[in-house]
Design a protein around this ligand. Structure first.
Ligand SMILES: *[C@@H]1O[C@H](CO)[C@@H](O)[C@H](O)[C@H]1NC(C)=O
Ligand SMILES: *[C@@H]1O[C@H](CO)[C@@H](O)[C@H](O)[C@H]1NC(C)=O
Ligand SMILES: *[C@@H]1O[C@H](CO)[C@@H](O)[C@H](O)[C@H]1NC(C)=O
Length: 198
């Protein structure tokens, strides 16, 4: 009986820790993990700007034909904004998707004196075949961009990560990502301590 209880607590905690963190460059970081809602991924982006912040996916190593979420915090009144965008050409401002598929967790979004932190969630397959990619359980390029102000413009920085990433596997539960392994080790120690105590 006691053993079963310990096992349940351990499983839940390991699941909660199954997230991946990647510092894409000196000014842009992303954290992501699959949620308990089937097929849903949560993504937190942290960028060194007080302007708009874009993050998304591309099937080629280019910002053109990429699927992006763009958002930020208005400096004057701290109001949050975001939208689901589709880029047709890396040199023009992306277009707002006809179907909006990204949710935002307002309690986890903010900006400080130097950085903007935005927290979103989305289904891997939004059903929008024209203006979204299905985030695959396979490799895809990560793209990011940001501006100096909250007016969406052609972008102060526009980048594509050099390696393709499997977000579903890395952000999944029990997949053996490095974040996951560290989480498992920490929780294993916690469980042993818990069990010995009783
Ligand atoms: C906050 O400021 C932005 C930019 O000036 C403006 O577009 C928006 O309507 C404002 N929102 C509120 C709730 O005042
Ligand atoms: C937003 O984040 C908070 C804090 O982690 C959490 O309690 C809440 O369930 C989240 N809301 C959504 C809609 O995901
Ligand atoms: C703002 O937040 C970022 C990301 O959490 C952090 O690295 C940075 O030190 C913070 N800056 C200030 C001035 O608090």
């Amino acid at each position: 009986m006691k053993l079963q209880l310990v096992f349940l607590i351990c499983t839940f905690a390991v699941g909660a820790l199954g997230h991946a963190v990647i510092q894409l460059d000196a000014d842009f970081g992303v954290m992501f993990h699959m949620t308990t809602v089937p097929g849903r991924i949560e993504i937190e982006v942290t960028a060194k700007t007080l302007g708009w912040v874009g993050f998304g996916f591309s099937k080629t190593s280019s910002l053109s034909t990429s699927d992006l979420v763009i958002g930020g915090v208005h400096d004057t009144n701290e109001t949050l904004y975001h939208g689901d965008y589709w880029s047709t050409n890396s040199n023009v401002v992306p277009t707002l998707d006809e179907q909006q598929d990204w949710g935002r967790n307002d309690t986890q979004c903010h900006q400080n004196a130097t950085h903007t932190i935005m927290y979103y969630y989305r289904q891997l397959d939004t059903g929008d075949a024209d203006q979204d990619y299905v985030i695959p359980n396979g490799n895809i390029y990560l793209v990011w961009s940001f501006g100096t102000s909250d007016t969406l413009d052609n972008g102060y920085r526009k980048e594509v990560y050099s390696e393709q990433i499997n977000m579903v596997a890395l952000g999944g539960h029990g997949t053996g990502s490095s974040a996951m392994i560290q989480g498992s080790v920490a929780i294993t120690l916690l469980c042993v301590a818990f069990f010995s105590f009783f």
